[in-house]
Design a protein around this ligand. Structure first.
Ligand code: EPZ
Length: 424
């Protein structure tokens, strides 16, 4: 086990290159199951979650291996099982995204119900509603979902909530269904558009991705394709927030500004200055920043995946901020850890009221989930003194080399074995 050790109060300065998007590459990897031909993916981030999804695909008999700098070559022609291993599905909820492709191409899937996680129950009712609407017969028993269909048939599906995963699963299943599928109240995240682009490059017919109504004309077969995943807007936002929270001056490369409108607007409200340039975005700030209110919403609203990181910034802003989390029922696990660093935060139902303090103090804290961990890195960079973050495995799921990237921006941050650190 390792810990991340940070000596705080360094202003981040310099340039950072953002990696490919975790939340784009996971459904894109699942989509490679839609064809028996080879796919080549580029700009793949080095993340634990990518390894897990690669394990799911490999365990089902597909060939998957790295090629080039950040490339992956996948061939699902050798698929020999429709039962992704429980061990992987238990570890990562996104494994459930293989359901749609397996149902669409093979007509059968047996997959364990994904567990809940720290941030919520994470039900899959909308996924199953979509598959049933496409004609699959579904049985849920002993913690497993078994679904089968001779050939899926296009349907009109209304999502009670614009679920990202359900939209992705249904879109992939519908790509090989007979006839037309319309998803109403679909999720509109950029990762949905990226997935639709891959499906279309494979010979599919998806229109409307990025809006609340997506139409999919099913085809008989899909062929292999080459695809570069979009940059990770959540990693980008994390670095933008860290730059502002430390009063720094950072230029981010490999970003798509339209994907970051909500967090850019909110950072500007705090008094940070943002400049869009050809190849990226520059973020500068003088401390203290101003308090702002945040309400998380489905895209293009303020993303729930940026809530914890922004809360860290607001702990030393001037004034009080109200943060309302509307997407997940329990996404304030980072509050107790931030309070250990001196933050003044009161939770009232789905809201957290953050009263800005002059500064945070370093402390021993625990990452409870991926974005909470990122928030603690930001808080550690802001705090006086030393912060030690344990359970960094959560952070490794979604951030490629966050310590190295922060060091390159001047942060006094390192990873050391947990036991070694305890000896200090
Ligand atoms: C995706 O998760 C992301 N993960 C999450 O990012 C992100 O927080 C989330 O979308 C919301 O933007 C990936 O893309 C791999 P949802 P997903 O289905 O698809 C409810 C990160 O930090 N719901 O849009 O699981 C659900 O309970 C991760 O990178 C149902 O009720 O999210 C939640 O309240 C964390 N029934 C809401 O919808 C369902 O069948 C949003 O969930 C499905 C979802």
């Amino acid at each position: 086990m390792e810990v991340i050790v940070i000596q705080g109060q360094s202003r981040l300065q310099g340039r950072v290159t953002i990696s490919g998007s975790k939340n784009a590459v996971l459904p894109v990897l699942a989509a490679c199951l839609l064809t028996e031909e080879e796919c080549y993916l580029e700009d793949i981030p080095r993340l634990v979650d990518v390894d897990t999804m690669g394990g799911v695909i490999g365990e089902m008999g597909c060939s998957i291996y790295p090629e080039g700098v950040n490339g992956l070559r996948i061939n699902a022609g050798s698929l020999r099982s429709v039962e992704p291993p429980y061990e992987y599905v238990r570890r990562m909820r996104a494994s459930f995204l293989v359901m749609g492709p397996l149902l669409g191409r093979i007509g059968r899937v047996k997959i364990s119900l994904p567990g809940g996680c720290a941030i919520g129950a994470r039900p899959i009712d909308l996924h199953l509603k979509g598959m049933a609407a496409l004609g699959a017969s579904i049985k849920v028993s002993k913690g497993y979902v078994e679904a089968e269909a001779t050939r899926l048939k296009g349907a009109s599906i209304y999502l009670d909530y614009p679920s990202v995963g359900a939209t992705e699963n249904i879109m992939m299943a519908a790509a090989l269904a007979e006839g037309t599928t319309v998803i109403e109240n679909a999720a509109g995240e950029p990762e949905i558009v990226d997935l639709a682009n891959l499906i279309n490059n494979m010979g599919g017919h998806v229109t409307g991705a990025g809006t609340r109504v997506i139409k999919i004309e099913g085809v008989k077969k899909l062929h292999g394709a080459r695809h570069a995943v979009i940059p990770d807007r959540i990693e980008a936002a994390t670095f933008m927030i860290a730059a502002a929270a430390t009063g720094g001056d950072v230029f981010l490369e490999n970003v798509i500004p339209p994907h970051l409108k909500a967090v850019m607007a909110k950072l500007s409200e705090t008094g940070a200055s943002l400049q869009e340039e050809d190849s990226g975005i520059r973020v500068r700030a003088d401390l203290p920043l101003k308090a702002v209110d945040i309400k998380t919403m489905p895209y293009p609203g303020f993303p729930t995946d940026m809530q914890a990181q922004f809360m860290a910034l607001l702990t030393t802003a001037r004034g009080s901020s109200v943060i309302t989390e509307t997407v997940f029922e329990n996404r304030f696990m980072h509050v107790n850890e931030l309070k250990r660093m001196g933050a003044n935060i009161v939770i009232e139902g789905h809201c957290a009221v953050v009263k800005g303090r002059k500064s945070l103090s370093g402390a021993k804290v625990k990452a409870t989930d991926l974005r909470a961990g990122a928030a603690l890195v930001i808080a550690g960079l802001m705090a006086e003194g030393e912060t030690v973050i344990s359970c960094v495995n959560h952070i490794d799921r979604g951030y490629e080399n966050i310590v190295g990237k922060m060091q390159a921006l001047g942060a006094n941050i390192k990873r050391v074995p947990a036991l070694k650190h305890a000896a200090f």
